[in-house]
Design a protein around this ligand. Structure first.
Ligand SMILES: C[S@@+](CC[C@H](N)C(=O)[O-])C[C@H]1O[C@@H](n2cnc3c(N)ncnc32)[C@H](O)[C@@H]1O
Length: 226
């Protein structure tokens, strides 16, 4: 493993991002355990399906404890960034065990330390539920993706029904405070606001598997709904 030093820690302003980082530092030791039921309930196969599309030079934002590392094609060795040093430390242990040639860095997806159009693929799983300003983060993901590259997202979003949406709104502050994720993010809309073109969206309950591009027209089938 190589580790990049980006200075992101020093650059972090006080406020929401610092709170997010502290939350994930706090839950890092138990994160895999508390998230395991989601994986068993279909999360693992969604991750595999999503990340199998990654190719070329790959950036994974919000890599967390590195749970996706076994889900990439063999030729892909992503650069992984996260805000939380403790989540990254867990990811580093996974790398050491696998002797994988992946680079980890502490960095903020809202201010990525990479030039424009650096990556062929940018991936994120269950990240934009937690990023303090998701539109800023998605805009950065778009910026560092090559014009013909792809942004692959696997995210849970605010339920569409009125009751489900209301419940998610009520439960979100508690979930955010205790564990980190919001339950009511509108990630499809946020991705569009961030300038991404949605090329494909697979919807299943609150889950969205999104293939997006930093440029180009959206297929007519996706222009209406989200
Ligand atoms: C719910 S966890 C998901 C972790 C991993 N992607 C997974 O699927 O298991 C959200 C992750 O996003 C990271 N995160 C939140 N805000 C971030 C930001 N602004 N920049 C980089 N990472 C961030 C958190 O530290 C945490 O590791």
């Amino acid at each position: 493993m190589r580790e990049l030093s980006t200075g992101a820690d020093d650059a972090l302003p006080l406020g929401e991002r610092l709170k997010v980082r502290r939350r994930y530092d706090r839950v890092a030791a138990i994160y895999d355990l508390y998230d395991a039921p989601m994986d068993l309930a279909g999360g693992r196969s969604r991750r595999r399906r999503d990340l199998a599309r990654a190719s070329g030079r790959v950036l994974e934002v919000g890599i967390g404890t590195g749970r996706n590392l076994g889900s990439y094609p063999e030729t892909v060795h992503p650069v992984g960034i996260d805000l939380s040093a403790r989540m990254l430390a867990r990811a580093a242990r996974r790398l050491d065990a696998a002797a994988a040639t992946t680079t980890l860095a502490q960095a903020d997806v809202e201010q990525l330390p990479f030039p424009d159009a650096t990556f062929d693929t940018v991936t994120a799983t269950c990240v934009f539920c937690s990023v303090a300003d998701p539109v800023a983060g998605l805009s950065e993901a778009a910026r560092v993706t090559k014009p013909d590259g792809r942004v692959l997202l696997l995210e849970h979003v605010r339920p569409r029904g009125r009751l489900g949406g209301w419940l998610a709104d009520m439960a979100s502050p508690v979930s955010r405070r205790l564990f980190g994720p919001s339950l009511n993010r509108r990630t499809e809309e946020n991705a569009r606001i961030a300038g991404l073109t949605l090329l494909d969206v697979r919807r299943s309950g609150v889950w969205r598997e999104i293939v997006a591009s930093p440029s180009g027209p959206e297929p007519p089938s996706l222009q209406q709904g989200s």
